[in-house]
Design a protein around this ligand. Structure first.
Ligand code: CA
Length: 234
């Protein structure tokens, strides 16, 4: 029998909570509602949800603190529900340990896609024991991590060392956003300057080589003020 996936929704706005609940229930997810940070924290430990949807603006505590408290003991995927245009909040939430965010107002298909991606990544992390890594497939793009090979429509794409490192990291986290800082630290090390210019230059070159139309990317998307997100696999 298929086990029900439990999702804890920490959201104080009743209409948003109702909307999320009806979307999730229609997909056979079990919803555990919480209207405050305190209630959410206690349900997170007593119910052991498979995923947490967290509104950052809560009546009793800052959503960032909720993330921090949960991360002290759990790696459960946390999707932050964020108001539009608060890029700083999104970056802070990701840095605090959230897995991804979804911006209000959002539709049901976007919500479900984000949830599926987060659940898949967490189950892959639990089951990935072997050294062999499956290639990334999306549309005509294939990234073979073992062979360090990128093909688009069967044609090999040649990237520099750093360009490849950026693309490979994004592909390993496909469907999820990676912040500028996280990418910079991964490629140029923890003591590199937090200057996005060099990353942006690299991304422009990557897009020129990788994207069929660099002005209208289909593989790597910009999340303005936050970072980049690679298209999820087929
Ligand atoms: Ca709120």
């Amino acid at each position: 029998m298929k086990q029900t996936v439990k999702i804890l929704v920490i959201e104080d706005e009743k209409n948003i909570l109702n909307f999320i609940t009806s979307v999730l229930v229609s997909q056979d997810y079990q919803v555990i509602p919480a209207a405050s940070g305190g209630e959410g924290l206690s349900l997170a430990s007593s119910q052991c949800p498979d995923l947490i949807l967290l509104d950052l603006g809560l009546p009793d505590m800052d959503g960032m603190d909720v993330i921090g408290r949960i991360r002290e003991w759990s790696a459960v995927p946390i999707l932050v529900i964020s108001a539009r245009a608060l890029e700083d909040d999104k970056v802070r939430a990701l840095d605090a340990g959230a897995d991804d965010y979804i911006t209000k107002p959002f539709g049901n298909s976007e919500l479900l896609a984000r949830i599926r991606t987060a659940l898949r990544h967490s189950s892959r992390m639990q089951s990935d024991a072997g050294p062999a890594e499956r290639p990334y497939h999306c549309g005509g793009l294939v990234i073979d991590f073992e062979k360090r090979l990128i093909l688009r429509d069967g044609q090999e794409i040649h990237l520099t060392q750093n360009e490849y490192k950026i693309v490979a990291l994004l592909a390993r986290h496909c469907g999820r956003v990676l912040t500028y800082d996280k990418l910079i630290e991964h490629i140029w090390g923890p003591y590199s300057e937090n200057d996005n210019t060099i990353l942006r230059v690299n991304m422009a070159n990557i897009r020129r080589k990788l994207e069929p139309n660099p002005a209208d990317p289909v593989y790597i998307f910009t999340e303005v003020g936050v970072g980049y997100r690679m298209a999820d696999e087929d």
